[in-house]
Design a binder for this molecule. Structure first.
Ligand SMILES: O=C(O)c1ccc[n+]([C@@H]2O[C@H](COP(=O)([O-])O)[C@@H](O)[C@H]2O)c1
Ligand SMILES: Cc1cc2nc[nH]c2cc1C
Length: 338
């Protein structure tokens, strides 16, 4: 199992990322060109199949072991009234996940994913990042490792999700810090703030940036100061997946924000990721643009929990079914391009 012993070990892992299997990628590309359809006619389904082949290292990818990992954390900054819901909802929703009653329970089941719920120290919210770093070095490392620990050998696909009242505030701070721009450009309604609530949230993010901005010198320090436990855990899980060459489907705004500091340090960090959807959180589209990722879906969702990724998993399944199941021109005795 992958673990990071120290912040230096995390940075070293980030600096030494494996790449996709070029041979499997080329073989999958050739197979797509040989299947009984006009060249390119399955559009992005073709790209998805080739992407899966390249990271799984086989011409014909499989989708038998899918893991959905949902991380939960609480945020000191939530006490400043930056969410439409109270902080106790985080633990209450974790109980709902355990009882099987949340959207992700139904959607993980529908897409064939095995769901793992990882609450991280809910009774101990992070520090209020307007006043001090959100986490100590030890807490940030523990959260990164809680994420890495869900990434077992042999997974065909991983997606992560989150539950954390207030977490669109640290997500916006992370984006403003690493992708540039003002707090106003990265702050949105989250669970449903009104205009006054959004203005207040912008000023909270601006204060955090003024305090921490100059100290955010690398991915670890940025996550530690401006992130949160579930956010660091998602970054740790997505890095561990990269180390094992497991493809990842990204979910909403908070999931994408969790890897932004890693992308700044390593511009190819998100190469093993597909963007499942573009959520309704206003800045998610801007963040996907910055990441250079085109979302597979746009369904007006803004729930989190990994729900958008669970829905997009059905597309990955369709892409692989066509790629593996179709006949070639030669097999079907169909004439190719004239
Ligand atoms: O995934 C998204 O894009 C998304 C957008 C808005 C809100 N959420 C969810 O709502 C919570 C954060 O919203 P807030 O207003 O409490 O910061 C958190 O539990 C997220 O899972 C998620
Ligand atoms: C009820 C509820 C469920 C959620 N799931 C993810 N974020 C959430 C926020 C709320 C408020």
């Amino acid at each position: 199992m992958i673990g990071f012993e120290s912040r230096e070990a995390f940075s070293a892992a980030l600096a030494d990322l494996p790449e996709a299997n070029k041979v499997a990628q080329a073989a999958a590309q050739l197979r797509q060109e040989d299947l009984t359809k006009p060249l390119g006619s399955l559009g992005r389904l073709e790209d998805i199949a080739i992407f899966m082949a390249s990271w799984q290292g086989r011409e014909r990818p499989v989708l038998e072991r899918i893991r959905a990992a949902v991380f939960a954390g609480n945020h000191g900054v939530a006490a400043r009234g930056v969410s439409a819901y109270p902080p106790e909802v985080t633990a209450q929703m974790v109980a709902n996940f355990a009882a099987g009653g949340a959207a992700i329970n139904a959607l993980a089941d529908a897409c064939g994913a095995e769901l793992v719920i990882v609450p991280i120290e809910l009774e101990r919210p992070t520090a209020d990042f307007v006043e001090e770093p959100a986490m100590s070095e030890e807490d940030c490392l523990a959260a990164l490792n809680a994420g890495a620990s869900v990434v077992e050998e042999g997974l065909d696909l991983l997606f992560v999700g989150e539950m954390g009242i207030g977490n669109t505030t640290p997500a916006a701070a992370l984006c403003a810090q690493v992708c540039n721009g003002t707090a106003a450009e990265w702050v949105g309604a989250g669970t449903g703030l009104d205009m006054d609530g959004i203005a207040h949230k912008q000023s909270v993010v601006a204060q955090a940036l003024a305090l921490h901005g100059a100290h955010c010198t690398d991915a670890f320090e940025t996550l530690r100061r401006l992130g949160g436990r579930e956010i660091a855990a998602m970054a740790g899980a997505i890095l561990a997946a990269r180390i094992k060459r497991i493809p990842v489907l990204l979910d909403g705004y908070i999931v994408c924000a969790s890897i932004a500091p890693l992308v700044v340090d390593q511009p190819r960090f998100a190469a093993h990721c597909l963007a499942a959807h573009c959520s309704m959180e206003a800045a998610h589209a801007r963040l996907l643009d910055w990441l250079g990722l085109a979302p597979l879906l746009q369904l007006g969702m803004r729930l989190g929990e990994g729900t958008g990724a669970a829905v997009a998993t059905q597309l990955v399944r369709s892409a692989i079914a066509a790629h593996n199941g179709m006949a070639t021109f030669a097999e079907a005795k169909v004439a190719g391009v004239a």
